[in-house]
Design a protein around this ligand. Structure first.
Ligand code: ZN
Length: 340
């Protein structure tokens, strides 16, 4: 089968990979209907993480072809969506709502790699969720978004305690930040401030529910958030970038007693203890427990209540994956959908 492999910074190729097979009785093998390129795939692409023969891709929707003897909740022919982290669904950590840190957790990125024709998914019951039937084709991008970017934006909004009466600020205008806006709106936030300086992303932010746009960043961005919130800062701040600047911008934009939900993959972030001490903000984040939210997110998409698939602004055949990486690296595309 074909699959995308990254051999070094800027070097992604579609190559022949081994066909997946059932190995454990808890496995499923799926044929990918759609997959995509994630903002986090750009870290190794830009040389910020090692890439030496990495099977790429961790977002996926597809049709089950085969299941192991112990799989109970999905069967051949089902259309399924899975989390970007494998989870058993049964350990104490999973049952507490943190499947992305399951005792059997395995990142799909770099191991399974779903920018491919087919994939073996371990712990199928704890990782995959079947849709009520075969989706209409126009729902596929939104269902695919649930696999990571929507689920991650949703977790960020939940971790930041977005809800009625709250002002939510969002640091980062990539797909996750934009879907954090959508999540905050769905959770009932009163006011949502998007931090973005790109006209196309601002437009999508407004469509997803942003009520205000702040173009400034860093200390200037913090000052603008305070101006908009009676000098106090936002109740809830979503951090969806992962750099020192974005993390400090998020913490400093949050009022005392407020909450930061941080989901940008952290790279060399150092938090100053004294500032953290006196900021008196709650910090919660990490790899999103997407599997916890999947049934609810699928339901909202199935009822056409939300349309997170709008973050995909470029669609390419899997064979042209390299062009998709280039487009995202140059920020010509927000998010690229790949069709095997
Ligand atoms: Zn578990």
């Amino acid at each position: 089968m074909r699959g995308v492999v990254m051999y070094g910074p800027g070097d992604v190729r579609v190559v022949e990979r081994d066909e997946p097979h059932i190995v454990e009785p808890t496995d499923a093998v799926i044929r990918l209907t759609a997959t995509c390129i994630c903002g986090s795939d750009l870290w190794p692409y830009r040389g910020a993480e090692p890439a030496d023969g990495l099977p790429m891709g961790h977002e996926y929707v597809g049709v089950v072809e085969e299941v192991g003897s112990a799989v109970e909740t999905v069967k051949p022919g089902d259309f399924v969506i899975g989390s970007f982290v494998i989870s058993d669904g049964t350990c104490d950590i999973c049952r507490a709502g943190y499947p992305s840190r399951c005792v059997h957790a395995q990142f799909v990125h770099g191991t399974i790699g779903t920018q491919s024709d087919r994939a073996r998914i371990p712990y199928a019951d704890g990782t995959l969720v079947a849709t009520p039937g075969m989706p209409d084709d126009d729902l596929v991008p939104s269902l695919l978004a649930a696999s990571d970017v929507l689920g991650t934006g949703w977790f960020a909004a939940v971790a930041a305690e977005a809800g009625p009466g709250k002002t939510v600020a969002v640091v980062g205008d990539g797909a996750v930040g934009l879907l954090g806006i959508l999540a905050a709106r769905e959770l009932g936030a009163e006011r949502i401030i998007a931090m973005s300086r790109h006209a196309d992303r601002q437009a999508l932010a407004r469509e997803f529910g942003a009520t205000d746009i702040v173009e400034e960043r860093g200390d200037d961005g913090v000052a603008r958030i305070k101006e908009l919130t009676d000098g106090l800062g936002a109740h809830s701040v979503i951090e969806a970038v992962g750099t020192q600047e974005s993390m400090m911008q998020a913490i400093r934009s949050t009022r005392p007693g407020g909450h930061v939900g941080y989901v940008g993959v952290s790279h060399d972030v150092q938090l100053p203890g004294d500032e953290l001490f006196f900021s008196q903000v709650h910090l919660h984040g990490g790899p999103a427990p997407v599997r916890r939210f999947l049934p609810d997110l699928i339901d909202r998409i199935w009822k056409r209540q939300i349309d997170p698939g709008k973050v995909f602004d470029l669609e390419l055949p899997l064979a042209d994956a390299a062009a998709g990486y280039t487009a995202m690296d140059q920020r010509r595309a927000i998010k690229v959908l790949l069709r095997p």
